[in-house]
Design a protein around this ligand. Structure first.
Ligand code: ADP
Ligand code: MG
Length: 212
């Protein structure tokens, strides 16, 4: 049973106020164990089953670091499906309600490219998307990842199962080596271990089996 409150973390007052107003008071176990590492800037591998609150863990880490005044892509979240990307983007918007003028853009396949390119021309701070479409934008030179400071692989096991390995490699190749990388997964097969070794630096491992 966890009862450590978000207010014990070093988070911007605007984020803490908002957590309180949306009813997030106590951290879930995976948040409690991963957030101290995430907020210290370390690479983190977190394994926890569905519904354990992994999204807020990485979103709070991203938002704490983000500088809204620098209007460029500072964080990229990769998800296996459009539905999951939409859910993550929704959680980002909810947790960022008190950060004014923050721009979050979702880039997934199955949606026309034209409007996405138009949105990218207007700029964004955070991109949430699926690997295939993100790679497509990189190849078209409509997406510039050179200022990304935070990379999140959400549901990494599913992304690999779906055959996104090559797309992930191509995307990561476009990002600064100096960045924080977080990997979230429900399971931890060998394939995850090997991708983590290639794309992460001295990661902290967090494993939680219970949800509450
Ligand atoms: P996961 O990605 O681990 O499957 P989610 O991040 O989708 O889980 O979170 C599951 C649910 O728990 C969401 O509805 C989210 O709003 C809620 N939630 C997450 N963290 C907290 C918290 N600290 N307090 C209350 N609700 C939370
Ligand atoms: Mg999740």
């Amino acid at each position: 049973m966890s009862s450590i409150e978000f207010s014990t973390l070093k988070l911007k007052p605007a984020l803490l106020q908002n957590l309180d107003s949306i009813g997030y008071t106590a951290m879930t176990p995976i948040q409690e164990q991963s957030l101290p590492h995430i907020l210290s800037g370390k690479d983190v591998i977190a394994q926890g089953k569905t519904g354990s609150g992994k999204t807020a863990a990485f979103v709070l880490g991203m938002l704490e670091k983000l500088n809204v005044k620098r209007f460029r892509i500072q964080a990229l979240v990769l998800c296996p499906t459009r539905e999951l990307a939409d859910q993550v983007a929704q959680e980002v918007r909810t947790l960022a309600r008190t950060i004014h003028n923050i721009k979050v853009l979702t880039l997934c396949g199955g949606t026309p490219l034209g409007p996405q390119i138009g949105s990218l021309e207007h700029g964004a701070h955070i991109i949430v998307g699926t690997p295939g479409r993100i790679e497509d934008h990189i190849n078209r030179k409509t997406l510039n990842l050179e200022y990304v400071e935070t990379l999140v692989l959400d549901e990494a096991d599913r992304m690999l199962e779906m055959g996104f390995q090559d797309a992930l490699d191509a995307i990561i190749d476009q990002m600064p080596a100096q960045r924080q990388t977080m990997l979230f997964s429900a399971t931890f097969p060998k394939k995850i271990e090997s991708i983590a070794q290639r794309i992460m630096t001295d990661p902290e491992m967090v494993q939680v089996t219970s949800t509450h």
